[in-house]
Design a protein. Structure first.
Ligand SMILES: *Cc1c(COP(=O)(O)O)cnc(C)c1O
Length: 355
């Protein structure tokens, strides 16, 4: 059962959420567990984290903590839309493909409109086309563009690319939501200020992922447009997303944000993915499915190789157009990456030399 914990190397590359809690977050969690504090977020630790996030983003944003990314996205979108509105997102977006209709459910029917992508990034022209296509009363009125950072294909939007999406959205009268489940990896990859990748580029609401970054649980919903968060606390409570012992959701962020541990961990995860990609692209019959820009490597592997790799106990996804996805995290080691690359290399050379 704990094979993955004890084994000499990491077999889990299915997601960055297969890793444990990073030490900084765990220490902050343990420290937060001493004594008594007011519940439901009215505690000093939660206030401190919100202030720290305001420092990180260099602005007076409004911050809420929820248990997972699906709730963060669904509730944020619901706050931005009326039920007769629509949200434009990539056809590969997590909100569209992996949230079991939660955005539609929590918004009482807001429809998602799918736009085509290029390397995971939404095509600007498709946003325009989806809005311009119709303006009549029979069409769900476009209200928000939702983009994912880093994208579902492991690529990132540069600050200029976020700004271009936001400018197009603004011109069409739409707001901008960012699913930042891997926002840390994007910031680390680009080396820019978090503000430049969010509100300064035109993002109204950011779902800042904590789980994949190394927290035990929880995401922060960050409202840069405070008008949108007016009754968000009630929305969270009704959806069952208001933690009574809020300090356990919030305090780990204190450890994560202190000394920019979040960026060190994200940079490490990105480096591990880079290391893996560099090894894999050299192999015959292996190619990158999308450029490696953050902490994920999407590769086209020969089918037999993917099958045998999986049979040997390595866990990874093949849900994106058949490509194998290997995610690295704060906890992925160089040795683990090398072992994985070595295994893939052997599987490929075995079959090439077979009679
Ligand atoms: C992991 C992930 C989420 C959050 O998923 P939950 O399982 O609900 O926490 C949201 N968006 C993207 C792109 C993700 O990869």
């Amino acid at each position: 059962m704990t094979e993955g914990l004890e084994a000499g190397w990491q077999r889990q590359f299915a997601s960055d959420n297969t890793a444990g809690v990073c030490p900084e977050a765990m220490e902050a969690l343990l420290a937060a567990s001493r004594g008594w504090l007011p519940s439901y977020g009215n505690d000093e630790l939660t206030r401190q984290v919100c202030d720290r996030l305001r420092d990180v983003f260099e602005t007076d944003c409004d911050v809420y903590f929820v248990f997972n990314g699906t709730a963060a996205n669904a509730l944020a979108l619901a706050a931005m839309c009326q039920s007769y509105h629509s949200v434009i997102c990539a056809d590969s977006a997590h909100v569209e493909t992996d949230e079991c209709g939660a955005p539609e459910f929590f918004s009482n029917g807001t429809k998602l409109l799918k736009a085509g992508t290029e390397n995971g990034r939404i095509r600007l022209a498709e946003i325009t086309a989806l809005v311009r296509r119709r303006s009549d009363i029979h069409y769900p009125r476009p209200r928000v563009v939702s983009i994912t950072q880093a994208t579902e294909l492991g690529t990132v939007y540069s600050a200029a690319q976020v700004a271009a999406v936001a400018a197009e959205a603004r011109a069409l009268g739409l707001g901008v939501h960012m699913d930042g489940a891997r926002f840390a990896n994007a910031v680390a990859a680009l080396g820019c200020a978090p503000a430049d990748l969010s509100w300064r580029a035109g993002v109204d609401v950011l779902c800042f992922g904590g789980t994949k970054m190394g927290l035990p649980v929880g995401e922060a919903v960050v409202f840069f447009d405070r008008a949108l968060s007016a009754e968000f606390a009630w929305r969270c409570k009704q959806a069952g997303q208001l933690a009574s012992k809020m300090r356990y959701l919030s305090a780990p962020w204190l450890g994560m944000l202190a000394g920019d541990a979040w960026l060190s961990h994200a940079r490490h995860a990105n480096r591990m993915a880079e290391r893996l990609a560099e090894r894999l692209v050299k192999l015959p019959g292996v190619s990158l499915h999308a450029p490696r820009e953050a902490n994920g490597v999407f590769v086209n592997l020969p089918q037999h190789c993917a099958n045998q790799l999986r049979a040997s106990g390595v866990d990874f996804y093949t849900f994106i157009g058949g490509a194998a996805r290997f995610m690295c995290s704060w906890a992925t080691t160089e040795a683990a990456v090398d072992e994985l690359a070595q295994r893939i290399e052997s599987l490929i050379s075995e079959t090439r030399t077979a009679p």
